[in-house]
Design a protein. Structure first.
Length: 500
C-alpha cells in the first residue's frame, strides 16, 4: 500500500508562521523533500531517522528538475513511506504544488495539501501594508513576475492589470522590476501610484523600499534589493508610513550572537527575536549532567542539609530532576533553607515547585555570601550544587563560618566546536552575548589565536563574566545591571537605542 505525500506550505520565512499541521507532519515524516526558502529551523523537529533531501534551486547551481522531484515523490510513496514535500509559502500559490499534485494523481498516489501563509500577504503585512482596505482597495491580484521561460509568449495581460481596480502583488519580479513597471506604465497605470518592494519579508533581515511606479525600479536597484521579494502596487502602499511595525522594533536590523548552551539558548533567542533581532545561535558550550557516587549520596540524603545552595539555573534544574527520578519532590527540601544565586536560578527552581528562601539582588557569589549572613550555618551540613568548574568563593566563605560544606559537581560544561559558517556569522554580528565565564572561555578557544573577529559589541551578563572576558583580551562594551537573561536583553536594547 503506498504511503501518502503531503504538499506542505512552510510559510514565508518567519518560523512562527508555520502551521501546527505542518510541524506535526514534519515530526512524523519518513522522508522530507524541501526547498531553499523554508524557514530556519523548519526541519529541527524531523525524526533522526527521517530522510532529508534538498531539492531546491540555488542561483547559479544545478538543481533537480520538476520531473525528477515528482518522480522522487512517487517512488518514495510507493515504497510505503510518509512523505512531506516542504515548500516556502503556500504550495498552490506560485509554488508548483499544483503540478506535483497532478503527477501524484496521475500515478495513483494518495496526497494531501497543507496550505501555508503566502508571502504575497505576509510580507506586505510585516511591512505595514494591508493588501486590501475598505477605503483604498476592495480587490487584490497576485501576479508572477517570473513566468516559465519556455512559454512562447507571456500569459499576462498588462493592459488588464494596469486597469485592475485594486492592489497588484508581484512575486519573484524584483530583477525584472524595470520591465514590469514600464509595461504597466505603457498600459496606463498611473506613474505616481505608490509602490513598495519588500525583500526577505517576515525575516529579521527584511528591507522595504517605497516610491512611485515611475521611480521604484531605480530606487530598488540603488538599494541593492535581492530576491526573495514581493512588490505591492496600489494606494495601500501609502499606508506603510503609518502602519509599519516590524522594522521599528527596538532591535530591528541588529544581529546578536547567543553563545549559551543549545538547550538553554531558546529563551534568550525568543526574547531577542521578538524585539526584532537577527539571532545567531552559536552555542559555545553544552551541558553534560554528571553521574557520581558523591552526587547520588547527596540526592539520596538531601533532607539532611540545613542549607542548599544553587549557583545556576542548570544546577537548579538538574537537582530537581535528580530528586524526581528518585520519586521525591519539593518536600524533600522542606527542612532546609534554599538559596538561589539569582532570579534566573530561583525561577528554574519554581518550575519544579521549589521556592527559594534566599535570592540576592546581584547574581554573583559574593552577593549570595552576604545574603546568607543571617542564616545559621555553624556546625551544620550545607550542600552547594554547581558546575564542575566554578569559583570557590561561596563554599570557602561558608566553611569559614564553621559549616560542613559538601560541594557536589552536578554537571560539566563542555566546549562546542563551531562550524565555519557560524564563525563567519559572528564576524558580521552587531552584538556577541556571554551568559557565563564558560561561554567566554569556550568561544575564545573555538576562535583561536585570531580572537573575536569583526566589530561586534561584547555584552556580558555580569561582573564575573566580564572579568573573564577581559582576561581573554575582550573589551566589554555592555554589562547587564540585572544579572539574568531579562537584564541582558534590557542592556542590549538600551545600548542599541543609545547608538541609534
Amino acid at each position: 500500500m503506498p504511503g501518502t505525500v503531503y504538499l506542505v506550505g512552510a510559510g514565508p520565512g518567519d518560523p512562527g508562521l508555520m502551521t501546527r499541521r505542518a510541524l506535526d507532519l514534519i515530526a512524523e515524516a519518513d522522508a522530507i523533500l524541501y526547498d531553499r526558502l523554508v524557514p530556519p529551523g523548519a526541519l529541527d523537529g524531523a525524526r533522526p531517522e527521517a530522510e532529508l533531501r534538498y531539492v531546491g534551486k540555488r542561483p547559479g547551481e544545478g538543481s533537480a528538475t520538476q520531473e525528477e522531484i515528482s518522480d522522487a515523490l512517487i517512488e518514495l510513496a510507493r515504497a510505503g513511506r510518509s512523505v512531506v514535500r516542504l515548500k516556502g509559502g503556500d504550495p498552490f500559490v506560485f509554488g508548483r504544488g499544483g503540478e506535483e499534485a497532478q503527477a501524484l494523481a496521475d500515478a495513483g498516489v494518495p496526497f494531501e495539501v497543507v496550505p501555508g501563509v503566502t508571502a504575497g500577504v505576509a510580507a506586505p503585512a510585516y511591512a505595514g501594508i494591508p493588501v486590501t482596505h475598505r477605503d483604498d482597495a476592495s480587490a487584490v491580484a497576485f501576479v508572477t513576475g517570473h513566468e516559465d521561460p519556455a512559454k512562447p509568449e507571456s500569459a499576462l495581460d498588462w493592459a488588464a492589470l494596469a486597469a485592475f481596480p485594486g492592489t497588484l502583488v508581484l512575486y519573484m519580479g524584483v530583477r525584472r522590476l524595470d520591465e514590469i513597471a514600464t509595461a504597466l506604465l505603457d498600459a496606463g497605470r498611473p506613474a505616481d501610484q505608490p509602490v513598495a518592494v519588500v525583500a526577505r519579508g517576515t525575516q529579521p533581515a527584511q528591507r522595504t523600499v517605497t516610491g512611485t511606479l515611475g521611480e521604484i525600479a531605480a530606487k530598488a536597484a540603488d538599494a541593492g534589493l535581492e530576491p526573495p521579494a514581493v512588490t505591492v502596487i496600489g494606494e495601500v502602499a501609502r499606508l506603510r508610513d503609518q502602519l509599519a511595525w516590524f522594522e521599528r522594533r527596538p532591535l530591528a536590523g541588529r544581529s546578536v550572537v547567543v553563545t549559551r548552551a543549545r538547550a538553554q539558548a531558546s529563551g534568550l533567542a525568543a526574547r531577542l527575536l521578538a524585539l526584532g533581532a537577527d539571532v545567531i545561535e552559536a552555542p559555545a558550550i553544552r551541558i553534560e549532567p554528571r553521574e557520581s557516587a558523591e552526587l547520588d549520596q547527596a540526592l539520596e540524603h538531601v533532607d539532611r542539609y540545613a542549607l542548599v545552595c544553587l549557583t545556576s539555573p542548570n544546577g537548579a534544574a538538574l537537582l530537581a530532576e535528580g530528586l524526581m527520578r528518585r520519586g521525591r519532590d519539593a518536600r524533600a527540601l522542606a527542612g532546609a533553607v534554599v538559596a538561589a544565586i539569582g532570579p534566573g536560578t530561583a525561577a528554574e527552581l519554581a518550575r519544579f515547585g521549589i521556592g527559594a528562601d534566599v535570592i540576592p539582588e546581584r547574581a554573583v557569589a559574593e552577593a549570595l555570601v552576604e545574603s546568607l549572613a543571617a542564616v545559621p550555618v555553624d556546625g551544620r551540613p550545607v550542600l552547594v550544587a554547581r558546575a564542575a568548574e566554578a569559583r570557590d568563593v561561596l563554599p570557602d566563605a561558608l566553611r569559614e563560618r564553621g559549616a560542613e560544606v559538601d560541594v557536589v559537581a552536578i554537571y560539566d560544561t563542555v566546549r562546542e566546536q563551531l562550524p565555519e559558517e557560524r564563525l563567519r556569522a559572528i564576524a558580521a554580528a552587531d552584538y556577541v552575548t556571554f551568559t557565563s565565564s564558560s561561554t567566554v572561555r569556550s568561544l575564545m578557544s573555538s576562535l583561536g589565536a585570531g580572537g573575536l573577529p569583526g566589530d561586534a559589541r561584547v555584552v556580558s551578563i555580569g561582573p564575573v563574566t566580564s572579568e573573564t572576558a577581559r582576561e581573554h583580551g575582550l573589551e566589554v562594551h555592555v554589562e547587564a545591571e540585572r544579572h539574568d537573561i531579562e537584564g541582558l536583553v534590557e542592556a542590549i536594547v538600551a545600548d542599541a537605542g543609545a547608538r541609534g
